[in-house]
Structure formats: structure tokens, C-alpha cells
Design a protein around this ligand. Structure first.
Ligand code: GAL
Length: 483
């Protein structure tokens, strides 16, 4: 048996997000979102104060993106809807038809080319009008998000069958409302991230129920949420304190969202007890971690039809010494993640390349969350600018990662059904601007026509997609205990 082949009907894709590729920030009635505001404010929070105003120009150059997708032979394409392009002030009070037309064109042409759309409703770009009313820190936003989701199901759900409500709520909460590194740039340590996460979980659950109740029977689609997670293991595998720190690290990141949604509607016990303990020490009566009511727990539990995993890297974990006097997420978690100096670093400092981490994480998700169907909705490696089209090293990383996924499927029996590369195109990489290139296709940002050119990785990936397997046949892996 040739072990290099993936299961039948495996989904091969690539992903993008509206703010990172579309440009057209004020075109045709689009409303402002928090990234428009954040980048326009300057202040050196983004590399060279770059913005997504033009980005890859996908708003006008969609046909060029489609050519890339066809050249790769993808079966699936994941993209996000710009909330404020569709609903300029975030509410259904005013609908921008030009936005609907744009996404209709994308969805229809994808389907004409036998490419299945996977659509994310929210990928970091909250309408500014809603942010002005508290954004994710306001409970009201959960209800407004449900209306937006319902509007999208109604408008596009006859053709879109795979929905992702929110991309990486961890990143939104932690970077957007705790550290202030990402839009909306709020730095409310030890409070902001927990509030934002709380309302995102509620928003997701509301959207899932809305679909379940009003659309599922007729449209027969699936709804999930994309969770990012590092693989994490103890710095010293024999140290009890390192093992405990690892448990905290996973609880405060993956389980923060996955436990309520996939298991029981509530936060991990470790988060609840640690934050309560520290809140008390800081003189507070109540925990800084908000609580779900029993009714909410019932509504949140079981609100994902499959598991979307965004995997980039791995960390070795040990306790972080803190005083606990000042409230913060980091001192609540009291764990730090270390990069092994032997791991190669991609062009982005946090992205240590650890392909074997994905296999371990997949097995962990299988064992912890009752063997869900998993789509890897993002995985990728950045090159620095200027990037060579001959990215052979990067293609080696992709191959190594795919081999680990194959092992997870064949040896560990994890139900992985798809793999999507981040990203189809080089694009606006948040605070790194255009300095980090994640694309399968190079984009020349200096030229007005923003030409797309395949990297070696794109050419090689298209062969994998075509073969539904790695390009070199392999001997059988052998027994499930081999690695
Ligand atoms: C993810 C995010 C993407 C992309 C990627 C690479 O966190 O969803 O938008 O930027 O990281 O850093």
C-alpha cells in the first residue's frame, strides 16, 4: 500500500481574509472597520505604518485570484466576508448591495469551477460603528453578530455549505483587547480579553443556533469556528511544575474556547480557579473571568459541526514567575512558551517551524474533544521580503507538515478531512504589514496591477492536490506505533 495518498475526497485548499487581500477600503459604500481605523492612525504600530487600503486589490482583481486557485487545482477556497462591506454600520439597518454583488460573484465563479467555498463571517475586521459601541466588550455585539450571520445565511447559504463564524477568537481577544497590539488596540489587561472572548463565544453560539433552527434543514450546511493553537509540551518532561504549566498554557488558549463549545458550555476549571484566586488577591470580590449562566452553558455546548484548527507552531512550556499584584492574562496563566533553539525560524519571529507539532496536536484534539472531524483551516510559513520565487526550503516545510498529517490520519486515526494553506497570496500580515510573505503566489506590491506569480511551493502544492498525496510514493508506515 502506498502511504503517501490521502483519504478519498480530502479537501485541498488555501485561505485568505478580507482585510488582508481585498483593498477597496472605501470603495462602493463599504463602511469603516477597526483595521481601517487602526492602520490610518499610524503611530508605528504596524510595520512602516502600512495599511490594507490596497492590499492585493482582490476587490477588483478577483478574476486574478480565481486563476491562482484554478492553477493550484484546489477543491476548496476559504475566504472571509468583510462585515462592513456588506453592512456598513454593522447592522442590517442598511445593506450595501455592491458588497453582496462582489461576494455573489466570488461564490458563483468558485462553484462554476468546482471549488467549494468555505466562508468566514468575521476575520478580525469588526465594523467601526460597532466598535464605537464597545465592540466585543459589549454583550450587545453578540446579538448584532447573530443578525449579521442570519443575513449571510439567507443571502449566500443557498450556495455556501461550510461556514466559519469567527476566526481565532483567541487572537482577537488577546491582541485586540489585552495587549492592544491588534485593532482595536485596547490595552485592558486582565479584563478586556476575558470580556471579548465571553461575547465572542456567545456570538458564535447564537449564530450556530440561528443556522440550526432556520437554515440547516433546507440548506444542509455546516457551521464551525476556527481555533488557533500551538502544540505545547513541558520544557522538562520530568518536571511536575512544567507539566502543570503546560496544562495551564493549553487551558488558557485552546480550551478557553474549545471546552465550552465542544464539551460542556463552560470555561476550563483551571482558568476559573486561577483567575478567581488572583482576582481575590487583587482585592476584587468577583472573578475577572465572567461567568456563563446555566442557560447559556446549555446554549453554548455542542455548537460546532466540525473542528477548524489553525496550526503554526509549537512551544516548550515552563512556569512564569509573577507577583500577581497587577491583573493580566499572562500572570493569570503563569506559564511561558519557549522556542527550542534548534527549531528553524520562518521570517516571522514567533513562527518556529515544527512540523511534528501538528501530529501531536491533532492526536490531542482527537482524544480531548471526542474525535471530531477536523479541517486544518490554516497552516503556513512566512518568507521575508524580498522573497525568492525559489522557495524550496519552504516547500520542504510543507512536505514535512503534510507527512505528519498523513501519520495523524493513518497511524493515529485522526479524522482530518482537509488542509488549507495560509495563504493563497502574499498579503497584509497585520502588524507585520507586507514584510512577511505567506503566499503560495507572490504579489508584486510595487506594481499597480499587483501581479501574482507562483512560488515553487505553489507548483509543488498543485502536484500534491492533483495526486491527492505526497509527490513521492512511500512504503507503508507500518504499525500504528511507528513514527
Ligand atoms: C493567523 C490569522 C491569519 C494570518 C496568519 C499568519 O493568526 O488568522 O489572518 O495572518 O495568522 O500569521
Amino acid at each position: 500500500m502506498d502511504s503517501s495518498i490521502f483519504p478519498k475526497s480530502f479537501a485541498w485548499g488555501a485561505a485568505t481574509a478580507a482585510y488582508q487581500v481585498e483593498g477597496g477600503w472605501d470603495a462602493d459604500g463599504k463602511g469603516l472597520n477597526v483595521w481601517d481605523t487602526f492602520t490610518h492612525q499610524g503611530g508605528d504600530r504596524v510595520f512602516k505604518n502600512q495599511t490594507g487600503d490596497v492590499a492585493c486589490g482582490s476587490y477588483t482583481l478577483w478574476e486574478e485570484d480565481l486563476k491562482c486557485i484554478k492553477q493550484l487545482g484546489l477543491t476548496h477556497y476559504r475566504f472571509s466576508l468583510s462585515w462592513s462591506r456588506l453592512l456598513p454600520d454593522g447592522t442590517t439597518g442598511f445593506i450595501n448591495q455592491k458588497g453582496i454583488d462582489y461576494y455573489n460573484k466570488m461564490i458563483d465563479t468558485l462553484l462554476e469551477n468546482n471549488v467549494i467555498p468555505i466562508v468566514t463571517l468575521y476575520h478580525f475586521d469588526m465594523p467601526q460603528a460597532l466598535e464605537d459601541q464597545g465592540g466585543w466588550q459589549s454583550e450587545k455585539t453578540a446579538g448584532v453578530f447573530e443578525e449579521y450571520a442570519e443575513f449571510c445565511f439567507k443571502t449566500f447559504g443557498d450556495r455556501v455549505k461550510m461556514w466559519i463564524t469567527i476566526n481565532e477568537p483567541y487572537v482577537v481577544a488577546k491582541y485586540g483587547y489585552e495587549d492592544g497590539l491588534f485593532a482595536p488596540g485596547k490595552k485592558e489587561q486582565g479584563i478586556g480579553a476575558y470580556q471579548a472572548a465571553h461575547n465572542m463565544i456567545k456570538a458564535h453560539a447564537k449564530a450556530w443556533h440561528n443556522y440550526n433552527m432556520f437554515f440547516r434543514n433546507q440548506q444542509k450546511g455546516l457551521v464551525s469556528i476556527a481555533l488557533d493553537s500551538d502544540w505545547a509540551e513541558p520544557f522538562d518532561p520530568n518536571s511536575t511544575t512544567d507539566k502543570e504549566a503546560t496544562e495551564r498554557y493549553l487551558s488558557f488558549h485552546l480550551h478557553w474556547f474549545a471546552k465550552p463549545i465542544f464539551i460542556d458550555g463552560d470555561y476550563p476549571e483551571i482558568m476559573k480557579s486561577e483567575i478567581f484566586k488572583k482576582s481575590k488577591h487583587q482585592g476584587l470580590q468577583l472573578s475577572r473571568l465572567p461567568e456563563f449562566t446555566n442557560e447559556e452553558k446549555v446554549k453554548i455546548k455542542g455548537t460546532a459541526d466540525f473542528f477548524c484548527l489553525n496550526y503554526y507552531t509549537t512551544r516548550k512550556i515552563r512556569p512564569r514567575k509573577t507577583t500577581h499584584d497587577e491583573p493580566s492574562y499572562s500572570s493569570d496563566m503563569a506559564a511561558e512558551g519557549i522556542k527550542d533553539p534548534n527549531w528553524p525560524i520562518s521570517s516571522i519571529e514567533w513562527l518556529a517551524v515544527v512540523p511534528w507539532g501538528i501530529r501531536k496536536l491533532l492526536k490531542y484534539i482527537k482524544d480531548t474533544f471526542a474525535n471530531p472531524i477536523i479541517y486544518i483551516t490554516e497552516n503556513g510559513f512566512a518568507q521575508s521580503n524580498p522573497a525568492s520565487l525559489e522557495d524550496t526550503q519552504r516547500w520542504t516545510y510543507f512536505q514535512e507538515t503534510l507527512l505528519e498529517i498523513l501519520k495523524a490520519i493513518k497511524l493515529d486515526r485522526v479524522s482530518v478531512k482537509g488542509y488549507l494553506v495560509w495563504s493563497l497570496l502574499d498579503n497584509f500580515e497585520w502588524i507585520s504589514g507586507y514584510s512577511a510573505r505567506f503566499g503560495l503566489f507572490h504579489v508584486d506590491f510595487h506594481r499597480i496591477d499587483l501581479p501574482r506569480t507562483p512560488y515553487i511551493s505553489a507548483i509543488e502544492y498543485s502536484k500534491v492536490v492533483k495526486r491527492n498525496g505526497l509527490t513521492k510514493p512511500m512504503e507503508c508506515f507500518g504499525s500504528p506505533h511507528n513514527s
